[in-house]
Design a protein around this ligand. Structure first.
Ligand SMILES: [Zn+2]
Length: 403
């Protein structure tokens, strides 16, 4: 059985060992050592990486059959032999990050129990996210804040964190999520945060809570009857603060205000934009009114009704519809309108006192264009295919000639 050096010392990063087996795992070379400080991915904490005699360890897993620790190596011409002595180095930056996030999780989990009686049902740690799932939904901002405050108080207290093997009769007050698949110790490994929390855990932890630095909740999300809480500890929290500070300072500089004035100014800008959009809409409607008047004045009236044929190079469909209904609002008007573009538009409308079937006319026109459309006898619309101004003009003239 591989001796797990990380159980006794999370800070051990350089060690010597003897190769006991050379094997493969999913077609990758792998070795088993007589003892190791490499942590295998389990219990929510990812594996360590590092070097064995300068060959990169890319993954560390526990073998199902016998709980041996497999060090998965990158493809390399170097081969190890059983009985060979090797020198190993664990990537400390990655390990310490995991220790900060993982110990932070123990603290936060206990904080949610003490402040809201919410229990942690799962923990997930990856390079860009750390989350716990709580067995409760509908946590308020105040509850989240209370847990964050307590967690940071425990961090600032700089309490000791000690891992020890406990026997069955000493386990009453120990928090346990689920028993690991392989128990490789003589009893249960319990991680105790001085006067605060006892959890059964096989992971790596800092030895004093102060090393976590700070813990910040980032997001909470309802998932059925549970809540997923995302948080950052230590260096990750600091990096998050740095990134947000930079974004916030940029916005404040852009808006020429102090960062705490940004929310109020954004609200003001939103209101101003809403008012400007509303004023623009009114002006457009007025403009369409004038445009309709001009088109009506210029239209020929030799058939007993005014025939308006107008094409535009790209135009908002809503505005085109508005123009058509303004034109057809009075008596004795037929309006054939079209807009060229990637998605061309056709809108045909007539006065209520006339008898032409604009729906049928439009269907015919849209078919000629290669598109689709239809509508009511008094007003219809269609198009949808790419057409240029000349095509639209020619089409409208041809329809007008048949009236
Ligand atoms: Zn742990």
């Amino acid at each position: 059985m591989t001796k797990r050096l990380y159980y006794n010392d999370s800070y051990l990063t350089g060690f010597s060992a003897v190769v006991t087996e050379q094997t493969t795992h999913k077609a990758q070379p792998a070795v088993i050592l007589n003892q190791t400080a490499f942590y295998p991915g389990s219990g929510g904490q990812p594996n360590d990486t590092g070097l064995i005699n300068k060959v990169k360890v890319v993954d560390v897993v526990v073998r199902d059959d016998d709980a041996a620790i497999l060090h998965i190596l990158e493809d390399s011409p170097t081969l190890f032999e059983s009985g060979q002595a090797v020198t190993c180095v664990v990537d400390w930056a990655r390990r310490f990050d995991h220790m900060q996030q993982h110990t932070g999780q123990h603290i936060l989990t206990q904080a949610f129990i003490q402040t809201s009686n919410a229990k942690t049902v799962s923990f997930h740690l990856s390079p860009d996210s750390v989350t716990i799932d709580l067995d409760m939904s509908g946590l308020t901002e105040k509850q989240l804040q209370a847990a964050e405050d307590l967690a940071n108080a425990v961090i600032q207290d700089d309490k000791t964190v000690v891992a020890a093997i406990r026997q069955a009769d000493e386990q009453d007050d120990v928090r346990m999520r689920k028993l690991p698949k392989h128990i490789v110790t003589d009893g249960l490994r319990v991680v105790e945060i001085e006067g605060y929390d006892k959890t059964a855990c096989g992971g790596t932890h800092v030895s004093r809570t102060g090393e976590i630095g700070l813990l910040k909740l980032i997001k909470s999300e309802k998932r059925g009857d549970k809540t997923r809480v995302e948080f950052r500890c230590g260096q990750r929290a600091l990096a998050d603060y740095g990134e947000k500070h930079q974004v916030m300072s940029g916005i404040a500089a852009e808006m020429n205000c102090r960062f705490n004035e940004v929310p109020e100014l954004v609200g003001k800008l939103r209101d101003e934009l809403k008012a400007a959009q509303s004023a623009l809409k009114d002006l457009r409607e007025q403009l369409v009114g004038y445009e309709a008047e001009r088109l009506l004045n210029e239209a020929p009236n030799d058939k007993g009704y005014k025939l308006i044929c107008a094409s535009f190079d790209g135009r908002d469909a809503g505005e085109l519809r508005l123009l058509a209904s303004r034109l057809a609002a009075g008596e004795n008007v037929v309006a054939l309108l079209g807009a060229a573009g990637e998605k061309s538009q056709l809108i045909f409308a007539r006065s209520a006192n006339l008898m032409f079937d604009m729906g049928a006319l439009l269907k015919n026109a849209a078919t000629q264009l290669g598109g689709r459309g239809g509508g009511q006898p008094a007003m219809a619309q269609g198009g949808g295919v790419k057409a240029n101004l000349e095509q639209i003009q020619a089409l409208l003239q041809a329809i007008a000639a048949e009236l």
